[in-house]
Write a protein that binds this ligand. Structure first.
Ligand code: M6R
Length: 609
């Protein structure tokens, strides 16, 4: 779960690489480094810390060259330190290599290589690869890379350069993403699109177990066992501006504000409002298959798991099909009972989350049909699934997921309408009404965003809290979980999301006059019950912050603080209710001086188990 960026062209490589690494910093930010080739030699500069520290180092001791590779790290094996930073080099310093992933058999390889005389400098798993490449190097870096990779188990995206072969970067991937960007006179490699979109929209996705040799005007791809691969470049439609902060203080804030637009874009081309017809281009599910399934399993991690949980409530209610929602890592190792009547729906912003990919492999191996809901076009998850629905959220850079969540909700909602229609559990009039309700969401969301200043003010009262509880019922429960996750990940305040009714079975013991309790108290079928839960909190001295439907007086009388959101049906309300919770977490984090876009210990896409 690191970031890799490489450049080969006619300009100085370091500025491109540093700029690229800054864009990738969300993937990991505990150390960084760069290696370049110039005048027959390889130069390496690396250090513990963020890219800013690497930049300082490079200002003090510049390194030149028109090709190079860079890395920003999220430590797995070996603590963050100068010596554990990438690039790692061979014993003779003639090969430099960066890696994203985990080499599972590194201890055994390290022992063997040490016995053969290789001297290790770091405690990383990565360093074994560069020594293996050195061992096999006989004047052909690509060949040596191929031989080395035959011996490693685990996951990798790799880029390497070699003193004896100027003008070439050799890359490979298995289980971790790597993209090659092509321009007229230069080429780039990157872990993701936002880092290269500024330079080119013409990209080639490397597939698992492929090796590529990149030259300024040429790319040559082959499989790990040497078979040539022909692949046409893909044109990326993302706007380069979408990968910039655009005047906002943080990506998280920008992405919160982008939600109305992102939802409009996600739904616009998929629905016919008058006929309530829903269409997904790459779903690859026949109506008879939709009728054939007797069960849906959603699988995901983190925020995407919360979106999936909303899916359970929607699908069971409107498509009348049993649904389970599984944490991907638990599902894959549990010997799950799955067959061809099971539809697995994997939800992921990045499409690269290792646990989610593992769950997909497991389900496929057991005969399930797999579709994914994913934001990154061409991601591993999209490619591993039988069908895919892309959320059109655009690049999400802030580590805390925001617009990916609400667009996932929109897609799951539309999928529910489609399933309900095909399975004949959703009358046409109801389907039309549901589509109309969804169409109103972007405008209503804008009205919620207009309350930003109120939420900011509220955050002033609570930014010194040490704990918080988030309660919800029905579709408000996943929103409570999501609100709590947002707060803990960006502000480091301990927060728990709970089904409001479960509070009395334990967490109620936590409530005292210092405990802020955020309650999702919008109108809906469980409204009276939630009012009762508010009373229970108040009776124990807790501070209630309610999210309520516009015009509600009952909640206002009971709660200490209230944020109104426009009235909506329960089915679409999560998309609105989560917005003030995102803003609340954001402003609390800012007031606490936290690094909002890159919270400690986290990384945007978790490509390790
Ligand atoms: O890319 P994915 O949606 O698969 O990522 C899953 C989680 O890692 C992610 O949602 C994580 O929980 C975010 N930091 C939440 O804000």
């Amino acid at each position: 779960m690191c970031g890799i960026f490489g450049y080969i062209g006619k300009s100085e490589a370091v500025p491109f690489i540093v700029e690229g690494l800054k864009k990738l910093e969300y993937r990991g930010y505990d150390s960084a480094g760069v290696a370049t080739y110039e005048h027959g030699r390889i130069f390496v500069s690396k250090c513990e810390g963020k890219i800013a520290e690497l930049e300082e180092l490079l200002t003090d001791k510049p390194i030149g060259g028109e090709m190079g590779i860079g890395h920003t790290r999220w430590a797995t094996h070996g603590s963050p330190s100068d010596v554990n930073s990438h690039p790692h080099t061979s014993c003779d310093g003639k090969i430099a290599l960066v890696h994203n992933g985990i080499i599972e058999n590194y201890l055994e390889l390290r022992r063997k290589l040490s016995e053969e005389g290789h001297k290790f400098k770091s405690t990383t798993d990565t360093e074994v690869i560069v020594h293996l490449v050195e061992k096999y190097y006989k004047g052909d870096l690509e060949k040596a890379m191929r031989q080395a990779l035959q011996e490693v188990t685990g996951s990798y995206a790799i880029a390497a350069i070699c003193e004896q072969e100027p003008g070439k970067i050799v890359c490979a991937r298995k289980g971790s993403p790597l993209i090659v960007g092509l321009s007229d006179n230069e080429a780039f490699i990157s872990s993701d699109i936002p880092a290269i979109i500024k330079y080119t929209s013409k990209v080639i996705y490397l597939e698992d177990e492929e090796v590529a040799t990149i030259q300024r005007k040429k790319i040559q791809i082959s499989t790990l066992d040497g078979k040539p691969v022909k692949r046409k470049p893909t044109l990326i439609s993302w706007d380069p501006e979408s990968a910039e902060k655009g005047g906002y203080a943080h990506f998280m804030l920008k992405e919160i504000h982008e939600q109305p637009g992102a939802i409009r874009k996600t739904i616009a081309h998929r629905v016919n409002v008058d006929s309530a017809k829903v269409h997904f281009d790459e779903l690859n599910l026949e109506p008879k298959e939709i009728r054939h399934f007797n069960r849906i399993i959603f699988t995901a991690c983190g925020t995407s798991w919360h979106a999936a949980l909303v899916g359970e409530y929607l699908m069971e209610r409107y498509a009348k099909i049993p649904v389970e929602v599984e944490y991907a890592a638990e599902f894959r190792y549990r010997e799950p009972i799955v067959d061809d009547k099971t539809l697995l729906i994997a939800v992921s912003q990045s499409g690269e989350t290792a646990d989610t990919l593992g769950a997909v492999w497991e389900a496929k191996a057991r005969g399930a049909k797999v579709i994914s809901i994913c934001n990154v076009v061409g991601s591993s998850l999209a490619r591993e699934s039988h069908g895919v629905i892309y959320t059109d959220a655009g690049p999400e850079i802030g580590v805390a997921s925001t617009k990916a969540f609400t667009t996932q909700l929109a897609v799951i909602y539309l999928l529910t309408v489609l399933f309900g229609q095909v399975r004949k559990t959703l009358p046409q009039a109801k389907a039309i009404q549901m589509i109309n309700n969804l169409m109103e969401i972007p405008d209503k969301m804008e009205r919620v965003l207009a309350k930003e200043a109120d939420v900011e003010k509220l955050s002033e009262k609570f930014y010194n809290s040490t704990n918080a509880l988030y309660l919800g019922r029905g579709k408000g429960f996943p929103v409570a979980l999501e609100g709590a996750l947002k707060l803990k990940e960006v502000s480091y305040i301990h927060a728990e999301g709970y089904p409001a009714a479960e509070m009395k079975h334990g967490p109620i013991a936590l409530i005292d006059k210092n405990m802020p309790v955020v309650v999702l108290a919008m109108h809906g079928r469980r409204y009276d019950k939630i009012l009762g839960n508010i009373e229970e909190v108040k009776a124990r001295g807790g501070i209630v912050i309610a999210i309520a439907s516009e015009g509600d007086q009952m909640v206002k009388e009971k709660a200490d603080e209230i944020i109104y959101i426009p009235a909506s049906t329960e089915a679409v309300s999560p998309m609105l209710a989560v917005v003030p919770l995102q803003l609340f977490a954001y402003y609390i984090a800012v007031k606490r001086g936290c690094h909002v876009d890159q919270p400690r210990n986290l990384a945007k896409s978790v490509t390790v188990e």
